[in-house]
Design a protein around this ligand. Sequence first.
Ligand SMILES: [Zn+2]
Length: 422
Amino acid sequence: MTSTSTRDDFTKPTLRLMAQRAGYICSYPDCRQLTIGPSDDRKSGLTMVGVGAHITAASLGGPRYDGSLTPEERASEANGIWMCQLHGKQIDDNASRHTDVDLKRWKSQHQEWIFARIASADSLLKHGITNVSIENIGPFRERTSISLGRHNVVFGLNSSGKSSLCESIAAFAGGVNFENFRKRWRLFGAGSPLMMIEAAVSVNGARTTVRLSEEPVGLKHVPKFHQTRLHVEVNGNVAAHWPRSLFNIVYLDSQNLKPNRIKDPFRRDLRALAPQLGLSEDQVWDALREELFCSSTFGSRIRRIGEYRAEVRSAGSDFFYETGGLAGSEHSFALFDVLLRMIRADPRPTPWMIIVDSSLFLGLDSDNKRRLVEALTQLDEPTVQTLVCVNYETDAIDLKAADAEKWVGSSVAGALTVHSFL
Ligand SMILES: [Zn+2]
C-alpha cells in the first residue's frame, strides 16, 4: 500500500478515548448535544449519535489534510474531535470554513468546559475545595482563579507560585497554617496591596465560598493604612466565626518540617505534623502505642519502642529498623501511613486535604513519586483531596500518566499548570 491509498483511521480504543474526553458531548461551539444513550434493540445496549472527526484528514485529498503528520499522529486522539453526527458532517463538508486551527480551539474550549463541569460536580468530587482565587500574594498580583479536582499535581518552576498557592490554601485551615501564612506574607503590612484569598468548597451538594481578605468592609473610603483586621466572608456575608469546620488541611512543606533540633527525622516530622492534625506531639505518640501499628496504604509497620522512639518495617522488608536509620522513601511512606491512620481515626465528617510541597515528596525518585500519587488517588477511605507539587515537567507528565483513567484535565494559572484527577 502506498501512503496515498492509506487511510489513517482512528482505532476503536482511540475513538472511545476521544468520546470519553469530550464527555460524549458534541464539541461544536454551543451545540452540547449528548451523543450516547440506551438502546433496547442493539446488541451493545447503546445508541451512539456521535462521531470522531479528523481535525486533519485521514487520507490525502480529505478535508484539512496535513502531509507533515506521521500516520500515527494522524490516527491519534490528538488529531480528532468528538462531534454529533450533524456537526461531524458539517465540518467535513465545509473544510474551507472550519480550519484545523478552529477545530483545535473548539476542542480545547470544549475540554475546558467539561473539566469545569467535572471540577464543580459535587457528586464526583463529593467534597473539598473546587476553586481557589488569589490576589496580591507572591507572583499572583492579579486575581487568579485555579480549579482543583479531587487529586492535583501542580507543576511550576522555582518562583512560579507553587508555595504561594499551597500556603494560601493551607491558610483556610486556620491555626498554625494561618499563622505561618500571615507571617510569611506580612498580612496587614502598612501600604502593601490588599491581599485576598477565596476558596469554593462543596459540602453535601452545596457550594460555599469563603473569602479571607484585608479589604475594609463597610467603608466608603479606604483609609491610607488599611485596618489590621482580617475579614472573613462566607457566601458574601461577613462571618462572625472562622469557618474552620469546612477545612481540615494538612500542609506538608519544608517550612513546616524545618529542623527543630531533633536529630531523628521521624520524631522531628511527627512533631511538626501534630499541630496540623490539631493534636499534641504526645497525642500522636500515644496513637503509636500499639505494638504493631500498620496501614494498608503503603504497608509500613510501626512499632513504638520507647518514649519518642519507634521502629519501622517498610513494605517489602523483613526487618524493623529504628526510624533514624530509614532510607528517605521509607521515612516518607511511614510518615504518610501515620498521617492516613490519624485521619482515619478522626470522627468528624469534615473532609481532609493533604498538600505536599516538601522534601518529603521532592526527595523521592520518580518511581516512588508515582507510587505515592497512585496510592493517594486510589484511596477510597478516608476520602481525601490531595495536591502535590513538582518542579520538573517530566515528573508532571509521568504522574499524569500514572492514572490516565482518573485524569480529568489540565489548566493553567499564571506560570503554574494544574493536572487534575478524579
Ligand atoms: Zn453538534
